[in-house]
Design a protein around this ligand. Structure first.
Ligand code: T3D
Length: 259
């Protein structure tokens, strides 16, 4: 049987491919468990960046609705959010390294918001983002109500959430929802090159930068200035900082070790 997640280890980075293509990589419990375990393994120092993508023509269609065909009693969806989707978003945001998302096709429901939880999102020009929840009477989850208004503003967030209209990759880029829309044929080459590049950068500095950006959403300016001071203190003690300064002064390319 095909694994629901394909994990490929590269020099300094890991590629994770959601692999339920006949269901547009919709989540069942097995995929959730595989992805959680794989993300936990990327916490290892040897992995300095992560790339997340999907197999086949879709990125991820959110929850597998085949697992939600109602029996008599209504399901407790809060329990599955608590058990699977919230920990997934928290894992990605807490990971002390960059997570790149290559959205290779449609990203719907929790699949769209999974992409938004990642640090840098590239999308194939043909890809679409759909807040599909309202079509089935649900609420945007997996951080959608947090990420959307912050990335694209309240007016656009509300319309996307209420109408569930597909948003194309180019418009998503123009609106600031994602980093870049790229040609379909070059998506994976670009995403892998970007992830390889990130895996060779000062990993501790990037981890602290990620933590600072994560914190800024809920901080006052004063609190954020304090956060930056503490993060900079820590970054200034890393071997990679020393190497960066030396390389600059010696007019050579730095060799960062991730420490
Ligand atoms: O339940 C909880 O735990 C709470 C958490 C909820 C989180 C959520 O994500 S709720 C939102 C769930 N997702 C959706 O509502 C999206 C459903 N899918 C779609 O609307 C459409 O499939 C797409 C717009 C994403 C793509 O449309 P299209 O026309 O390109 O493809 P398609 O023909 O609809 O789908 C292709 C196949 O994938 C098809 O199967 P078939 O007919 O070839 O055997 C379709 O049934 C299947 N598929 C697509 N999405 C899902 C799915 N099967 C199960 N669950 C899906 N979410």
């Amino acid at each position: 049987m095909e694994p629901s997640l394909i994990v490929a280890y590269h020099e300094g980075w890991t590629e994770l491919t959601l692999n339920r293509p006949d269901r547009l990589n919709a989540f069942n419990e097995d995929l959730h468990r595989q992805l959680a375990a794989a993300l936990d393994r990327t916490a290892d120092d040897a992995c300095r960046a992560v790339l997340l993508t999907g197999a086949g023509r879709g990125f991820c269609a959110g929850q597998d609705l085949g697992d939600r065909v109602q029996s008599d009693a209504p399901p407790d969806l809060g329990a599955t959010i608590e058990a699977f989707y919230n920990p997934l978003v928290r894992r990605i945001r807490a990971l002390r390294k960059p997570v790149v998302c290559a959205v290779n096709g449609v990203a719907a429901g929790a699949g769209a918001n999974l992409a938004l939880a990642c640090d840098i999102v590239l999308a194939a020009r043909s890809a679409k983002f759909i807040q599909a929840f309202s079509k089935i009477g649900l609420v945007p989850d997996s951080g959608g109500t947090f990420f959307l208004p912050r990335l694209i503003g309240d007016a656009r967030a509300r319309a996307l959430a209420f109408l569930a209209e597909p948003l194309g990759a180019e418009k998503a880029e123009a609106w600031g929802l994602i980093w870049k829309a790229v040609d379909d044929a070059s998506l994976m080459d670009e995403a892998r090159a970007l992830t390889t590049h990130l895996a060779r950068q000062p990993t501790q500095g990037l981890a602290l930068t990620k933590a600072a950006l994560n914190a800024s959403a809920g901080n006052t300016l004063d609190a954020q200035l304090d956060f930056e001071r503490d993060a900079q203190r820590e970054a200034g003690r890393t071997p990679d900082y020393r190497e960066g300064v030396r390389a600059f002064m010696e007019k050579r390319q730095p060799t960062f070790t991730g420490r």
